[in-house]
Design a protein around this ligand. Structure first.
Ligand SMILES: NC(=O)c1ccc[n+]([C@@H]2O[C@H](COP(=O)([O-])OP(=O)(O)OC[C@H]3O[C@@H](n4cnc5c(N)ncnc54)[C@H](OP(=O)(O)O)[C@@H]3O)[C@@H](O)[C@H]2O)c1
Length: 257
């Protein structure tokens, strides 16, 4: 028996990286999956690569109320309900000391990473209740468990995501809705490539080596290593886990100063 047989899962940020790997793994485990993002081309590629019936996409901006209501409604209409939400869409924001970051830049990180996550939970709850419960997984970060310099909007937003998992887990418990956060360290994908380019244009390899050197396991995670934690939290294997914040970071958060 597959671990997510006939479950319906919505995955935001599913056009790339962790979200795309999670969509592929969930589909392999029998789930009906809808991926959500702003870039249609990326979403189409994710769906084509999985190449399975009952895997689809919709274009939406997770920071918008109407878009959130619509993508959840579309999932329910296409698949008859909702069992799993992976609220994973996120942006990095600017790398600068706090005094040099424009207010608008802080606001845009909070709008996507925090408001978008809160909206997804708010509007997913009634649908999960109709199914007698379900699992919500929020992508936070190792930066949601400890401080990092020149990343104040991102670190603030990812701490808020951990808080949201804890608060929503308590609201969800009477309805058998579990809510957990995953906290990846550096992952080998587009987001980290952009970070390397931003922090050290022309010197990306040195930046990468420096970041990997701070991880006790001395390497980045793959998208699939994070997806496997998402699968555990989505499935009944984690039936007694709620309100948790789970590092998948090669030991990074346990070694933060
Ligand atoms: N990569 C890392 O090292 C790392 C480490 C810790 C945590 N994380 C977190 O992991 C999550 C997934 O990121 P990733 O690593 O897989 O990098 P990624 O490839 O950049 O994925 C981020 C995804 O979020 C989507 N997104 C951004 N803003 C959106 C919006 N307003 N509405 C809808 N979708 C939006 C993007 O899709 P569109 O371009 O289509 O909008 C993209 O597919 C993020 O929350 C990130 O903060 C990443």
């Amino acid at each position: 028996m597959k671990r997510l047989q006939d479950k319906v899962a919505v995955i935001t940020g599913g056009g790339s990286g962790i979200g795309a790997a999670t969509a592929a793994l969930f589909a392999q485990e029998g789930a009906r999956v809808m991926v959500v993002g702003r870039n249609e081309e990326k979403l189409r590629k994710t769906v084509q690569a999985i190449n399975q019936e009952h895997v689809s996409y919709t274009v939406a901006d997770v920071s918008q109320v109407e878009d959130t209501q619509r993508y959840l409604r579309e999932a329910v209409e296409r698949h008859g309900g909702l069992d799993i939400l992976v609220s994973n869409a996120g942006i990095q924001g600017e790398f600068r000391p706090i005094s040099d970051i424009p207010v608008e830049s802080f606001d845009s990180v909070m709008a996507i990473n925090v408001r978008g996550t809160w909206l997804a939970i708010k509007y997913a709850f009634p649908e999960l209740q109709k199914r007698g419960g379900g699992s919500i997984i929020l992508t936070s970060s190792a930066g949601g468990l400890g401080g990092m310099g020149i990343s104040s909007p991102y670190v603030t937003s990812k701490h808020a995501v951990v808080g949201l998992a804890r608060a929503a887990a308590i609201d969800g418990a009477p309805h058998r809705i579990r809510v957990n956060a995953v906290c990846p360290g550096p992952v080998d994908n587009d987001m980290m490539t952009n970070v390397e380019r931003t922090l050290g244009a022309g010197n990306e390899a040195a930046i990468r080596e420096w970041v990997a050197g701070r991880v006790p396991l001395k390497r980045f995670a793959s998208n699939e290593e994070v997806a496997r934690l998402n699968l555990f939290l989505a499935s009944d294997d984690s039936s007694y886990c709620t309100g948790g914040a789970y590092p998948v970071d090669g030991g990074w958060s346990s070694s933060l100063p």
